[in-house]
Design a protein around this ligand. Structure first.
Ligand code: HDE
Length: 720
């Protein structure tokens, strides 16, 4: 740290990147309009003309500058992960990890390292919808006191392909088809499934993409994974393998497919809005950084190859240690300057973190630097404020488009004597990066290791580890995706691959796509057990994960004039206390009068919102309010649709009558109708006498924490 102070820099702490960005921030308040040269402008509504009705003059420098800048406003969007949303925050380690890594930001629990995170979809263009079925990018830039470390991960722990050389093929197959540029942001078309049906190595990732993981409820409710095996190296130079994980403290939750599709129309910005609003309201998304550590001598003990990015290390074999926490607490000031211009690169590492020979990772190490050169217009993109490390940069790189640094002195080479030998080499003890001295010895060959060739065991593991509702959703997703494939032979080939994962899965998929499954007795490739593995991994199932928080959830309160004020207030304050957000939804905007005379502001009306934009709904009592709602088709649809999407529905006193009026009476009471005051059944929580009883609130909170209630056998009968 002392070294840094000598450079006249502030110490590195949570705020250091913020201070760094301050140098570049610009507020318009109290300023006069000027040209880029600082000349004040007194008129910007008319161009300079020769006469009132005459031609525009070339000498109108203000017009030309304004128009030229506008003409050049766009930069190429990212070839993948074009659509994203960013947030600032900090990371703090729980206790020193010195035993396994010398990375400085993982040593001192009192240090808050600034971070910038960008979440993204992969396939869609910048303007596409947020809720499409896709992997999500989860890229984190740690501005550490040893330089930037980028953890460029996804919300799925494996990838489609094993070798980076296949990436252009994969992306060409999944992007919109080249002749008509359709479909946008979707895998559900022939070229993608054509490619996949010929690439058995993709089957594990395909299972994840068809699962509910690919339609996350919120960026704050998804896991993140570094995917590749990396290396941790400690001060003594001892290396261990490491896999990185992010574990969200809001739980891991998804949308349902029908909801995701409707959201794409109703609010294509659903995920970025959720992130933005959560941070604005102080509900900061939090993630714990997890690591799975494998000793070097255990490299070959598993049934899979650690270098194969289509494989996970099951958490039941190597537990995930949670080593620190990231808090996202500040929205960017400017989308383009920060979220669009941020440049991630898996090759941005710090001492103590190193690579392995995973051929997918190795290829990425080339691609990310290369892509920034075209996207950000040249080799000086590291000087863009969001990309600058919080430590000083000194090297002999010079010039190029948009160079910002004014390097003084005569020398830009090494060794030199005229510049005092500077910038000089940093020895190991001064933080100099030393590559791990892995011994490598081999023939030059274009081939795939035998140890990479089991493409199905972990796809089967994933399938077997899901709960029945999760399996059902996966099959329905396959029905949708393959149903959109026009070429029957592709559907047929996919069934053969599903059969290799599990014959029963193939039969279930076949039932929806009009081609026969190979059948239960058709041969399945033999899998040779070579090392340690598991048959089930509960950690792969979202349904079996923790469901103890309602932080970040949104609850609609359906009301009309004459609602019961005490009930709304009791439920509202308890939900807010637990970190959820509530909105009063009614037929019109404006304010409502309660039965006891209090006024309450309506947040959204039925035209601008819908049940799909909430995680749960609550209907308070109040005779008049409920009588009005019962007559409103929109209100009934709201309840029905939420019910169909398996969301918690709560109602108090007269509010229960609205549920009765909707088509969900089957679950309002547990079994035969009872006179019990409080009933909580399959996520429908009713309190017949109301009065805001704390038991009601607790049951409703528990139902929201569980997120979705898949056991609603009547949901298929609900017309929403
Ligand atoms: Fe990327 N990927 N990728 N990727 N990736 C890019 O870099 C690439 C892969 C990931 O928010 C590009 O700056 C290759 C795996 C994220 O800015 C590009 C291969 C994982 C982001 C690129 C992969 C990722 C990218 C496009 C196969 C999860 C967005 C724009 C070897 C571990 C980062 C850019 C952001 C972006 C190449 C596979 C994650 C072209 C060649 C596996 C989160 O460089």
């Amino acid at each position: 740290m002392d070294e840094l102070h000598k450079n006249g820099r502030d110490p590195i702490d949570e705020e250091s990147k913020n201070r760094d960005l301050d140098t570049f921030r610009e507020d318009a308040e109290g300023t006069y309009l000027t040209t880029n040269q600082g000349l004040r402008i007194n008129h910007t509504d008319d161009s300079l003309k020769a006469g009132e009705r005459g031609p525009t003059l070339m000498e109108d420098f203000h017009f030309r500058e304004k128009m030229t800048h506008f003409d050049h406003e766009r930069i190429p969007e990212r070839v993948v992960h074009a659509r994203g949303a960013g947030a600032h925050g900090y990371f703090q380690v729980y206790e020193s990890m010195a035993k396994v890594t010398r990375a400085k930001f993982l040593q001192d629990p009192s240090v808050k390292t600034p971070v910038f995170v960008r979440f993204s979809t992969v396939v869609g263009s910048r303007g596409s919808a947020d809720t499409v079925r896709d992997a999500r990018g989860f890229a984190t830039k740690f501005y550490t006191e040893e330089g930037n470390f980028d953890l460029v991960g996804n919300n799925i722990p494996v990838f489609f392909i094993q070798d980076a050389i296949k990436f252009p093929d994969l992306v060409h197959a999944i992007k919109p088809e080249p002749h008509h540029e359709m479909p946008q942001a979707s895998a559900a078309h022939d070229t993608f499934w054509d490619f996949i049906s010929l690439m058995p190595e993709s089957m594990h990732m395909i299972m994840w993409v068809l699962s509910d993981r690919a339609i996350p409820r919120s960026f704050s409710m998804m896991e993140g994974f570094g995917v590749h095996t990396f290396r941790f190296v400690n001060e003594a130079g001892k290396a261990r393998f490491v896999k990185f994980h992010w574990k969200p403290l809001n739980g891991v939750h998804s949308l349902v497919w029908d909801e995701a599709q409707k959201l794409a129309g109703k609010d294509p910005d659903w995920l970025r809005r959720d992130l933005w609003e959560s941070i604005e309201m102080g509900n900061y998304p939090e993630f714990e950084l997890g690591v799975q550590i494998v000793e070097e001598e255990d490299e070959l003990v598993f049934d899979f190859d650690l270098l194969d990015a289509t494989k996970i290390i099951p958490e039941e074999l190597v537990p995930v240690q949670r080593i620190g926490k990231m808090v996202l607490n500040r929205n960017p000031d400017n989308f383009f300057a920060e979220t669009e211009q941020v440049a991630f690169h898996p090759g941005h590492v710090v001492p103590g973190i190193d690579f392995t020979n995973d051929p997918l990772l190795q290829g990425r190490l080339f691609s990310y630097l290369d892509t920034q050169l075209i996207r950000l217009g040249g080799p000086n993109f590291a000087e863009i404020p969001i990309n600058r490390p919080v430590v000083q940069v000194h090297n002999n790189q010079r010039d190029g488009y948009m160079r910002q640094t004014i390097n003084r002195g005569r020398t830009s080479y090494f060794p030199n004597s005229l510049g005092g030998g500077c910038p000089m080499m940093a020895p190991h003890e001064m933080g100099g990066y030393v590559h791990y001295a892995e011994r490598v010895d081999g023939h030059k060959i274009r081939t795939r290791s035998e140890s990479f060739k089991d493409h199905f065991s972990q796809a089967t593991l994933f399938w077997k580890s899901l709960t029945p509702p999760e399996q059902e959703h996966l099959v329905q997703a396959a029905h949708f995706e393959l149903g959109k494939v026009e070429t029957k032979a592709i559907r047929q080939r996919m069934l053969e691959l599903f059969h290799q994962v599990d014959p029963d899965l193939a039969i279930q998929v076949a039932a929806g796509i009009g081609v026969p499954a190979p059948g239960k007795d058709a041969p399945v490739m033999k899998r040779h057990k070579k090392g340690i593995s598991v048959d089930r991994s509960p950690a792969l199932s979202m349904e079996q994960g923790p469901a103890d928080s309602i932080a970040g959830r949104r609850v609609a309160i359906l009301a009309a004039d004459g609602f019961n004020h005490a009930e709304v207030m009791a439920v509202r304050s308890a939900l807010h206390e637990a970190g959820a957000q509530t909105e009063i939804v009614s037929k019109f905007l404006g304010s409502l009068q309660s039965e006891s005379g209090e006024a309450i502001e309506v947040d959204k009306n039925f035209i601008i919102t819908a049940s799909i934009m909430y995680d749960a709904i609550f209907v308070p009592g109040g005779d008049e309010s409920v009588a009005l709602l019962k007559k409103q088709g929109d209100a009934l649809h709201f309840v029905n649709e939420a019910f169909k999407h398996c969301k918690p529905v709560g109602a108090m006193s007269e509010g229960v009558a609205l549920l009765m009026e909707a088509n969900i009476e089957g679950v309002i009471f547990a079994g035969p109708q009872t006179e019990e005051e409080l009933v909580s059944n399959k996520g429908v929580v009713t309190s017949r006498n109301g009065t805001g009883s704390p038991q009601f609130v607790q049951s409703f909170i528990d139902a929201i924490a569980a997120h979705r209630h898949w056991d609603r056998e009547t949901k298929e009968r609900v017309p929403a």
